[in-house]
Design a protein. Structure first.
Length: 753
């Protein structure tokens, strides 16, 4: 029996095989169910992103607005059918006054079968009253700003019976499940009181609890039916005698009228999962849209900043409706980058669409500039980020900037992120590597966003903390590629090249993008702002003044003014000089003129004039930054340039005083060396006795006295007559004995005895 109880080894193997096959067969249905469930769970992730479009319904609603909305809705629905993707039309309804029959026609279209496969959403950013409310009631869903209000269709007056019936018909169609007839009555009649009641209703043989907004009359009618009223809120939704308007936050709390509250258009797009490019409305003439391209490459400094500012002004003046910034730069100066980003961000106020296209990299200041654009498109492998400020000192490695510089930068990044609806924490993490960013989800709708821990705590439970982003581990500044930037809602879906970008922004395939090129002014400004050219212009300006004091022709003075005018013009367009520097220079020249021609000696006005001129030349090449050390280093370098220029002029002046008088071409114009007994044999015999242009005879060495200050020209007494004379070298004070050095026509050169 024992032997029969234990089967042979062959039988044991067969039994095991049979059991195995039986188990596999038994588990097959479960496996199929598990696979089906798994596919079902993954299906939403693999579902195609919805199509979407925003359209502003401006006031008054007329035939043009009706045509624009209907054409866009039908086109969007057709595209949805072709692509097999859901479509959402968001109507941003603006406040204003419209004719009732116009809004009634638009509302009738939105609830018709013509757009039955299209989800219509009313977005109310501001308070809307009057007939325009009808357009919102006709949409399937309503999203409001928390502080906006919606209602009071008659604006304090009762509508005509036909108009009332048209408004009630919108609620009776049950197009919007958050809307019912009682709410519409409350919007039309101030005297209607609205209550919130919980009813026990029988649905499909089961008792269910339903919360409903009813009028006082409707509540009395319900009491006479079989429907059981469980409870009625003591606080009415709307009191009798009040205007029938509903605030967004209140409606959301009561779960009536609206499905969601949002503060920005971008938040609405995020709620419905729409791509960021849908935020920009597509005009009917998009095929003829003016798009301009500006290239941002190389180091971003003051000169580059000024050049790009001019490029932007030219594009706007050219009527550009969209500007593409092709950014490929390792960064540059912090202040220049922030100024450019803020200027680009403000183009939104002029209805100019701004797009950043990054084919390779946008690092440091270039990343900040990108954040100022409405949309950012990167190549999948392009890099963006690492915008932390650093300090550069000669002979020392780079150092991270102190908190006093980081704080204003984070404030600027936060402002740009909020303006362009990007995650604030991610933008700040580009500059602060210690900032940890987490993936968070909304408590009510599960919307995914990215915040710092402080932001999550400040939301008072609205956002649920999730995992930390791997790019914010405290080691490096936040930097990602194009694919990852799109995942983190920092940029749009990546593009392969400029041609793909054109398709993404709505341009036809063959449509060219006009590039804003450099003009001769830009090339000249770049050349004149080179250090060598700066020194040359200062040297020429000062040297020409020095020569003018000797030649007294007037032409050299004009050329000197031209040199300094060119210097300030180049600095002005280079972005480092302003009217302050020009004013200081003019005041400095005025002080020197007062000292030379009005006040004897050389004192306060002369010294002040020289200091003001030097200060203007130095400040004309400097733009103040956050860092004190950087300011000092740059001012020291610029002061050195000016001092070098003055030194070169001094050497040139000494050479001119020594050699020019011996050149035959200039010997009659340039003063020669002092004339004394030891040098008299060297003078030409015919120069010892000369005649002036007025016929007066003067001899070399003739003595007299100065009547006025000779700087270098003035008046002197010779032969008991008054002559206009020129000092040979140093200035001569009045009543100083002088002697004649040379006479050439009406030009009499004298020197101090």
């Amino acid at each position: 029996m024992i032997a029969s109880a234990f089967s042979s080894p062959r039988l044991q193997v067969d039994s095991v095989r049979a059991a195995t096959w039986f188990g596999l067969v038994a588990w097959l249905p479960l496996a199929f169910n598990w696979a089906a469930v798994s596919c079902g769970e993954d299906a939403p992730e693999k579902a195609k992103a919805p199509l979407g479009q925003f359209i502003t319904v401006s006031s008054p609603v007329d035939d043009a607005v009706f045509a624009r909305v209907t054409n866009a809705a039908i086109k969007l629905q057709n595209q949805s059918a072709q692509d097999g993707r859901p479509a959402i039309l968001v109507l941003q309804i603006e406040p204003g006054t419209s004719q009732f029959h116009h809004v009634q026609g638009l509302a009738k279209f939105l609830t018709s079968t013509q757009v039955s496969n299209l989800t219509t959403v009313a977005w109310i950013p501001q308070t809307v009253t009057g007939p325009n409310v009808m357009v919102a009631l006709a949409c399937e869903q309503i999203v409001m700003h928390p502080d906006a209000e919606l209602g009071d269709i008659g604006r304090g007056k009762l509508l005509d019976p036909d108009e009332q019936q048209a408004a009630l018909a919108l609620a009776q169609k049950r197009h919007n499940p958050k809307l019912n007839s009682a709410l519409v009555r409350g919007m039309m009649d101030q005297q209607v009181q609205l209550l919130r009641a919980r009813l026990r209703v029988n649905e499909a043989g089961r008792d269910e609890l339903e919360t409903r907004v009813v009028t006082k009359d409707e509540l009395e009618t319900l009491r006479k039916t079989d429907i059981r009223i469980e409870d009625v809120d003591q606080t009415p939704v709307k009191e009798s005698g009040q205007l029938g308007t509903f605030k967004g936050s209140t409606a959301r709390a009561l779960d009536i009228l609206v499905v969601q509250t949002s503060e920005t258009r971008a938040a609405v797009a995020e709620y419905y999962g729409l791509p960021r490019e849908t935020l920009r409305e597509q005009s009917a003439d998009k095929e003829t849209r003016k798009v301009r391209l500006i290239k941002v490459d190389g180091i971003i400094d003051h000169l580059q900043e000024s050049f790009l500012m001019r490029q932007i002004d030219r594009a706007v003046a050219d009527g550009a409706q969209a500007i593409v910034f092709e950014i490929d730069s390792p960064g540059g100066l912090l202040m220049s980058s922030v100024n450019l980003a803020q200027t680009i961000a403000r183009l939104e106020d002029s209805n100019v669409r701004t797009i950043a296209y990054v084919p390779r990299e946008a690092i440091s200041g270039a990343a900040i500039i990108s954040l100022g654009c409405d949309e950012i498109y990167l190549h999948p492998d392009a890099k963006i980020g690492d915008a932390g400020p650093i300090e550069m000192r000669p002979g020392q490695p780079f150092e991270r900037a102190p908190e006093k510089i980081l704080s204003p930068l984070r404030a600027s990044l936060k402002e740009l992120a909020e303006k362009k609806s990007r995650p604030v924490a991610i933008c700040e993490a580009m500059a602060d590597r210690s900032l940890k960013v987490f993936q968070v989800s909304h408590r009510d709708n599960g919307r995914v966003w990215y915040m710092s821990e402080a932001e999550v705590h400040a939301s008072a439970g609205e956002w649920i903390l999730g995992p930390q982003l791997r790019e914010t581990n405290g080691e490096l500044l936040f930097t990602v590629n194009g694919t990852r930037a799109n995942e983190l809602k920092l940029a749009e879906a990546p593009v392969g090249d400029l041609g793909e970008l054109k398709l993404r922004i709505g341009l036809p395939v063959g449509s060219p993008i006009k590039i804003i090129q450099k003009i001769w002014v830009d090339d000249l400004v770049f050349r004149l702002n080179r250090p060598g050219m700066v020194v040359l212009m200062i040297v020429l300006g000062v040297a020409l003044i020095y020569l003018e004091l000797h030649f007294m022709t007037g032409i050299l003075g004009i050329l000197s003014v031209l040199c300094f005018a060119l210097f300030f013009w180049a600095r002005f367009l280079g972005g480092t000089a302003g009217w302050l520097e020009v004013t200081l220079f003019v005041i400095g020249l005025s002080c020197l003129a007062i000292e030379f021609f009005a006040i004897p000696g050389f004192g306060v006005f002369g010294i002040s004039g020289i200091l003001l001129i030097v200060a203007s030349l130095v400040l004309a090449g400097h733009t103040w930054s956050f860092d004190f050390t950087t300011n000092v280093e740059e001012l020291t370098w610029l002061t050195g340039q000016v001092m070098l220029s003055v030194g070169v002029v001094a050497v040139m002046g000494a050479g001119a005083a020594r050699y020019l008088p011996h050149i035959p071409m200039f010997e009659s114009m340039i003063l020669g060396p002092p004339v004394g007994p030891e040098t008299e044999p060297r003078l030409r015999p015919d120069a010892l006795d000369t005649t002036t242009a007025t016929g007066e005879s003067l001899s070399i060495g003739q003595q007299g006295r100065a009547l006025t200050m000779l700087r270098p020209s003035g008046k002197a007494s010779l032969n008991d007559r008054v002559f206009d004379v020129v000092s040979e070298g140093p200035f001569i004070t009045p009543d100083t004995p002088i002697e004649v050095v040379s006479v050439n026509g009406n030009k009499i050169v004298v020197r101090q005895m």
